[in-house]
Design a protein. Structure first.
Length: 637
């Protein structure tokens, strides 16, 4: 993310001179100590903590069903306390375990109970035992990892059974053949996160947080869970609404099945059955939706979906899902200029940048309620859009966006190398010669490209059924940018139901559906063309630090500390920027604008609320009035 020129210059210096944040002081690890005694687990203390941190415990660590769009009735949550050990990256086994860590919070986070830096030359090992419920006997057992940064090796009962690379998409292992009868099962997971030293997409993670780059997040940061399924079962769903034809298309992917296998789908609105269709397994079901209730931010209507796998007239598997009847396309507005259309009508998207970090959980929100608070607050501020920036959220984030009615532009996290000392002088010369403070990085290796494409496909496959997601953003400001036209075409082939933003901010290559400008502090926009809509993907960035509620230490982006009358003056500046946005809607055909940002993020203090989510910096009613274009009363402070 870019900031205004003054902040940008400081950001460059931060990159060049590499100021580091303190990592805080962790409380004692749980688990065996040198004396042989066990220390009870406690969260570490970060420089800031949210109000939800107090609700986190080994018995209450992300307890909600993690996959809302394909639900089964039985599952077992493996979140909670695991043993952990740190070894050299090349080690084949840990010699002993150091203590206990709370899954699913990253190793470096306070809520993990550890909160220490971890070198890219080291790996973390996780261990726990579990028992398979007796009622699941005779079924296949799936082990799900919802997020793990970055390379994971999975061992069950002493045997390597799977490996996975990717920080932002989940993966599943069928562990049935590796289970040890009815005994306690021993699960060991090795995770290594090189934080940019190798080929992995990493978003904004760096080893030493500084400027606009934030803490690394290593290890298990999503829910780990078990699920029993029949040998022949449903693997995943692809749900595509067809608003113009009053129908929804459902593709049901299953394990190999033989005739007479069928899939049966039923659609409900509330408890009322709308339609039911049965077809041969492997075919696409077309389900008519008469007089569809369309999904939009103003009316986030959702239909419930039940899908069954039938073999020889007998039900073998059943899952529950949901969908929204909505379309997102490009088309001319009333003035004939290209616009983003929601359900065939122009919509102006009022957005906020959302970077997804938490002071106590880093990548992982403390609780489901904490994450829901962010989305509800965005709605209350008058936003109908969040640009999820350089991170992919847990699936329940998009579930709440679906339910609450928030549009989402989803970034693909960048894969790009860190700034090495020998490159700093060259970067400084480029900065001085360019109006853009962060230049596009150099060519990607073949391995980096393959890894990027693999995770891009996985992210789209995992999240494509959510009606809230309306734009896939391929690259941000040139970070790791490569093969832009080819990758844009790939996304359009994978998911033709959404728009593609090929290059958010700068280094546009003329591909995709959107021309997006970043400009600080005031918004700017290109003009729409015959085939592409014009947007402003970042603007604003009013820096305002609230004493007692901002991240301490060196490397912070400079910001203003509140003084008497400061809020009122800065609120007027916020009002001025949105007045410019409305002018650009008329003069430059702009149809979306994204303000930086919803809340502070570590060193950045330009959010509308503080990093700990305890303070909204301006009166909520005033923010909403400005964002939505109502008149702001001068008496509001």
């Amino acid at each position: 993310m870019a900031l205004n020129r003054m902040v940008a210059l400081i950001g460059v210096c931060a990159v060049i001179w590499y100021a580091a944040l303190p990592h805080g002081v962790a409380r004692a690890d749980a688990g065996p100590t040198a004396s042989g005694k066990t220390v009870p687990w406690r969260a570490a203390v970060a420089p800031l903590m949210t109000r939800w941190a107090a609700r986190v415990s080994p018995a209450h660590a992300w307890v909600h069903y993690p996959r809302p769009q394909m639900r089964r009735s039985e599952w077992k949550n493996l979140n909670g306390l695991w043993n952990y050990a740190i070894t050299a990256q090349a080690a084949s086994r840990p010699g002993a375990f150091t203590g206990q860590i709370l899954v699913p919070y990253p190793y470096q986070s306070a809520l993990s109970g550890v909160m220490r830096p971890l070198s890219p030359t080291h790996a973390i090992w996780y261990h726990r035992t579990f028992q398979v419920p007796a009622a699941w006997r005779g079924r296949h057992i799936l082990l799900h990892f919802d997020a793990c940064a970055w390379r994971a090796s999975i061992y069950l009962n002493g045997r390597l059974i799977a490996s996975h690379q990717g920080s932002y998409s989940g993966f599943t292992v069928d562990v049935t053949s590796s289970l040890d009868g009815q005994k306690s099962q021993s699960l060991l997971v090795k995770v290594w996160n090189p934080v940019g030293l190798k080929i992995e997409p990493r978003g904004k993670q760096v080893m030493r947080a500084h400027g606009m780059f934030f803490s690394a997040c290593t290890g298990l940061w999503g829910t780990v869970w078990l699920e029993p399924v029949p040998a022949r079962h449903i693997r995943h769903l692809i749900i595509t609404p067809d608003v113009s034809r009053h129908a929804v298309l459902v593709r049901v992917a299953t394990t190999p099945v033989s005739p007479p296998a069928e899939v049966r789908a039923a659609v409900y609105r509330g408890k009322r059955l709308i339609a039911q269709v049965t077809a041969r397994a492997g075919s696409v079901l077309r389900i008519g939706i008469p007089h569809p209730a369309l999904w939009s931010p103003a009316h986030p209507e959702l239909y419930q979906l039940r899908v069954e796998l039938m073999i020889g007239g007998k039900r073998h598997d059943r899952v529950a899902s949901y969908f929204g009847m909505r379309s997102v396309t490009l088309g001319p507005g009333p003035d004939g200029k290209m616009r983003i259309l929601l359900n065939g009508k122009p919509i102006f998207e009022r957005g906020a940048l959302y970077q997804g970090y938490w002071p106590d959980g880093l990548y992982t929100p403390p609780t489901d309620a904490a994450m829901r608070f962010d989305l509800r607050t965005a709605k209350a501020m008058g936003f109908n859009l969040l640009r999820v920036h350089q991170i992919v959220e847990p699936q329940r984030f998009y579930y709440w966006a679906d339910r609450l009615g928030l549009l989402v532009w989803q970034d693909m996290p960048a894969a790009w190398p860190p700034v090495h000392p020998e490159a700093r002088a060259a970067i400084r010369r480029q900065v001085m010669a360019s109006r853009h403070w962060w230049p596009a990085n150099g060519p990607q290796t073949a391995a980096q490209k393959l890894e990027y494409v693999a995770e891009l496909k996985a992210v789209i496959r995992q999240n494509r059924n959510h009606p809230s997601i309306v734009v896939w953003t391929l690259f941000n400001e040139g970070w790791g940018q490569h093969d832009t036209g080819l990758l844009t075409a790939l996304i359009q082939k994978l998911d033709p139901s959404r728009l593609v933003d090929d290059a958010s901010g700068w280094f546009d290559r003329g591909a995709g559906n959107i021309i997006e400008t970043h400009h600080y502090p005031d918004p700017q926009s290109a003009a729409a063309t015959e085939s592409r809509a014009a947007t402003c993907g970042e603007f604003g960035g009013i820096p305002l630090a609230v004493p007692g509620h901002y991240w301490p230490g060196p490397g912070r982006v400079p910001s203003l500390v509140i003084k008497p009358g400061e809020r009122a003056r800065l609120l007027k500046r916020y009002q001025h920027y949105w007045a410019e946005v409305r002018q650009l809607r008329k003069s430059r055909d702009m149809c979306a604008a994204v303000y930086t940002e919803l809340m502070d993020q570590q060193q950045e203090a330009c959010g509308l609320m503080t990093f700990d989510r305890k303070i909204i910096k301006f009166p909520l009613a005033s923010i909403r009035a400005v964002t939505t274009g109502r008149t702001l009363r001068t008496s509001q402070k």
